[in-house]
Design a protein around this ligand. Structure first.
Ligand SMILES: Cc1ncc(COP(=O)(O)O)c(C=O)c1O
Length: 376
């Protein structure tokens, strides 16, 4: 079986975990700080703040931007459920916008019509590693705060501007299905000093002083002040140590993925019912996933039958992701019909992710292409 995704970890990551384990500094400490420093440098931002996963990153981003009960936050209808859940955690209202089926990202032409006096922020998603068109979003809604959901987009960018540096706050995931992983894990990025300070405190119960600062300082009696309600969303130093090693491999991982994504796109172009991912000029894809669109009006099999067929052939596939407005809770709570967002609906029904990861060998890619080409 060729799995849809596999983390690329080995001896180096294993060795890196020894230091925090043997030093006894297990929770957020020097390794997390080092990981943050190199993540910030790689993504050309002033601050990176590590957290427990990208869902908690999204939640903290909205809290830091003061998103509250009754505020509206714009979100694409086709994304992982937690992009919308983070809005619900704040008591705010997710306002869905359809996607552009070509890129699977938010359709920026629809933003203006959804703006109201209650709109506080927008969360464009860089789905599968392709950045959303942030410049266009800024034109459409110049006063909105932008939280980039870059869960899949470590190392991606537009021109020489990396994901995470494009909006007010960026959020990343280090779940094992992402190109670099710490098991679970997340990162916030920002160029705003005040936001960074708030995020730093919010992830640690709202404490004014971190454990590391208390340990280093000469005044052991100091207890932190708690001026805000915070959370325990910290990353452990074991994860931080793994993250440092993984991050050093990020560009190599993306280059390899880019090479094989190009191979897929070239080879599969002869199949009229399969549409390869579209990449606008000047965009650097992060290739968290390679997601095809199955045109059932021309294909010999329906998408789900095709996925079953590939499974039998030893090739693992998944739908790209889900349309959040079609999920039980959102459908019922907001009384939405699947076809209210036709792009997200189509992506939900006809997208198909095929394996693309750094543990695959040439023969795996050739095998996938040959099997797909044989389907008549
Ligand atoms: C677009 C998107 N947003 C958010 C998340 C949540 O990330 P995490 O699992 O780190 O909480 C994911 C995870 O798959 C995602 O794909």
């Amino acid at each position: 079986m060729i799995p849809i995704s596999l983390p690329s970890m080995g001896q180096e990551e294993w060795e890196a975990t020894k230091e925090p384990i043997f030093s006894g500094w297990i929770t957020q400490g020097p390794k997390v700080a080092e990981f943050e420093k190199i993540f910030a440098a790689r993504h050309k931002v002033k601050h990176a703040i590590a957290v427990s996963n990208c869902t908690t990153a999204l939640h903290l981003a909205l809290v830091a931007l003061d998103v509250k009960q009754g505020d509206e936050v714009i979100v694409p209808a086709f994304t992982w459920v937690s992009t919308a859940n983070a809005i619900m955690y704040c008591g705010a209202i997710p306002v869905f916008i359809d996607i552009d089926i070509k890129t699977f990202n938010i359709d920026t032409t629809q933003i203006k019509s959804k703006l109201t006096p209650k709109t506080k922020a927008i969360i464009p998603v860089h789905l599968f590693g392709l950045c959303a068109n942030i410049d266009e979003i800024k034109k459409m809604a110049p006063n909105l705060k932008i939280v980039e959901d870059g869960a899949c987009a470590a190392g991606a960018g537009i021109g020489d501007r990396p994901a995470g540096s494009l909006g007010d706050i960026g959020c990343f995931s280090f779940h094992p299905r992402k190109s670099v992983t710490t098991g679970e894990g997340g990162m916030l990025t920002t160029n705003d000093d005040q936001l960074a300070e708030r995020l730093n405190m919010l992830r640690n119960h709202g404490a004014s002083v971190s454990e590391e600062q208390r340990h280093k300082g000469p005044k052991p009696y100091i207890l932190p002040e708690f001026d805000m309600i915070g959370y325990n969303y910290r990353m452990t130093d074991i994860q931080g140590a793994v993250g440092i090693v993984q991050l050093k491999k990020l560009d190599q991982f993306i280059d390899e993925r880019q090479k094989w994504a190009d191979y897929f796109t070239k080879e599969l172009s002869s199949i009229p019912w399969l549409h390869a991912p579209y990449i606008p000029t000047n965009y650097k894809h992060g290739w968290q996933s390679y997601v095809l669109f199955v045109d059932e009006t021309k294909s010999p099999m329906k998408r789900n039958d095709l996925m079953e067929f590939l499974q039998q052939k030893g090739i693992s596939t998944r739908p790209g992701t889900h349309a959040v407005h079609m999920l039980g809770y959102y459908k019922k709570s907001f009384n939405i019909k699947p076809t209210d967002y036709p792009g997200a609906f189509a992506a939900n029904e006809y997208s198909m992710s095929i394996p693309l990861h750094n543990k695959m060998v040439k023969e795996d890619f050739e095998y996938i292409v040959n099997i797909l080409k044989e389907i008549k």
